[in-house]
Design a protein around this ligand. Sequence first.
Ligand code: NI
Length: 250
Amino acid sequence: MIFDSHAHYNDKRFDDDRRAVLSQMLQNEVCGIINCGTDLASSQFSVALTDSFDGIYAAVGFHPEDLEHVERDYDECAQLLAHKKVVAVGEIGLDYYWDAFPRPVQQEWFVRQMQLAKEHRLPVIVHDRDAHEDTLTLLKQERPQGVLHAFSGSVEMAKEVLNLGMYIGLGGVVTFQNARKTVEVAQMIPLDRLLLETDAPYMAPVPFRGRRNDSTMIRFVAARIAELRGMETDEILEITTANAKRVFGI
Ligand code: NI
């Protein structure tokens, strides 16, 4: 069974067939999905999805590219943490690739949301794009539990993240031809710290690269990691499902 630790089924690319896609997957090979908010509206949407589908859980929070209304909406978003199927604060973090907001502003809200997660004894789901050094510094400062999603750092950085007790999320990138660093991480990471994810609708694995991603495609990610480690695909799926349930308290 597949557990997708990071997806965005609120995305408009699912507007035409969202219910059909989710029902179909959850009746077959997918046993769990964490749908991640990136602002208030998408966090509310995630929570509503958890009410419609047994296997869906929500993360709520403000993504570093979506801080436009964070001052106004923060408290209302934080109140969603009381819902029993909200299992994490996310996705939160730093994005120095797009730099949609000044870096000190991104850092401030990253820290505040890590502190919020700790107050609620919840894990965090962290986004780090081109911001490895500051992400690591702030993780070391705040020491949350949780996962560094779509991990794109080096083996050295992975070791530091693991030393903090956190998990590492890998997705479609591990199947890409040029993913040397990510492949190295997939080979070295202790299997009890690995989560699989789609980031759907983005980041579809080979052979579907560029298409709309969904949680069933995690099988290709698991197959690639199994190949790298001389294991069976189903073993990887079983271990990573158990890991996700442990991190998110499911
Ligand atoms: Ni995401």
